[in-house]
Design a protein around this ligand. Structure first.
Ligand SMILES: [Fe+2]
Length: 286
């Protein structure tokens, strides 16, 4: 079965099919199997140890980057995979939190990741707390060269910003959207306040209304056991999951005015406009 879309924003893009570690025990006879854009994808390492991916009997361009596997469904990538310089920056600890399945459009998944307004309600005692619910003004800009969205100068009081946090603090945030379904969040490192941890969100669109949302950490944290860092992220994602799965419609309306803008913050508006300008249809209502 081939990919269930004609949207070039998905077909000509590098999309993740999961962590590179999935190929550890995969062979052509017993491949790693997953779904992307409604199609079955098989992947394995060939005799030379090179990763191979196939869908509908055709080989797909595949690269391993940032701990993850990326394929281009159309085999004609429009541009190189986005950069993630923090992944290779000395002093950072890389922790793969793997993925969580969520029955929602990948666009809503990313929009939720960009939304600070839900912290005190959905992530109470962790990323926010009533009555400190105000989202202070921040800057949103488009990097025209890289075609990415940046939200900068964001800040929010957080009771417990990460596993290593022992007290509440005002946390600085920056968001970067590199692709319709990939984003990175930068936030103050609790144990190194002059530095910013990076959290990569890589969304695998399984179908228009279901995803696997993967999370890769590049943190300044020498102390917290890896299992605790992963558990913290899963706690946060586990709080988002039921909220996301109860959203109706599951796909994201892009035309202004169609959806009551309950999350009408500047990043969300910029994200929806950016998607509409690109003509994104997969996971969207246009
Ligand atoms: Fe959340």
């Amino acid at each position: 079965m081939s990919f269930h879309t004609t949207d070039p924003n998905m077909l000509d893009s590098w999309l993740t099919i999961g962590p590179a570690s999935r190929l550890k025990d995969a062979s052509q006879a017993s491949p790693y199997r997953t779904k992307l854009l409604g199609a079955d994808v098989l992947a394995w390492s060939d005799a030379g140890g090179n990763p191979v991916a196939m869908a509908a009997g055709k080989l797909l361009p595949l690269q391993a980057a940032y701990g993850y596997l990326w394929v281009c469904p159309s085999t004609r990538p429009a541009k190189p995979l986005f950069s993630f310089p923090e992944y290779a920056e000395p002093g950072r600890r890389l922790v793969d939190c793997d993925g969580i399945g969520v029955a929602v459009s990948g666009l809503r998944m990313v929009e939720n990741f960009l939304d600070m307004g839900h912290f005190p309600y959905v992530h109470a005692s962790y990323l926010g707390e009533v009555p400190q619910t105000e989202v202070a003004p921040y800057e949103v800009s488009i990097d025209e060269v890289a075609d990415e969205i940046w939200a900068t100068e964001c800040r929010f009081f957080q009771p417990r910003t990460s596993k290593s946090a022992t007290t509440g603090m005002e946390v600085q945030y920056r968001y970067r959207v590199m692709q319709p379904m990939s984003a990175i969040l930068y936030k103050t490192a609790f144990t190194y306040p002059g530095h910013m941890d990076a959290i990569g969100l890589f969304v695998q669109p399984v179908s228009e209304e279901s995803v696997i949302a993967y999370c890769m950490l590049a943190f300044f944290d020498d102390a917290t056991p890896e299992v605790d860092m992963i558990a913290f992220q899963h706690t946060i994602f586990g709080q988002d999951k039921p909220i996301l799965e109860n959203q109706r419609p599951k796909r994201m309306p892009l035309k202004p005015g169609i959806e009551i803008p309950t999350r009408c913050d500047a990043t969300s508006v910029a994200y929806r406009r950016w998607l509409m300008a690109k003509g994104v249809t997969y996971g969207a209502i246009v």
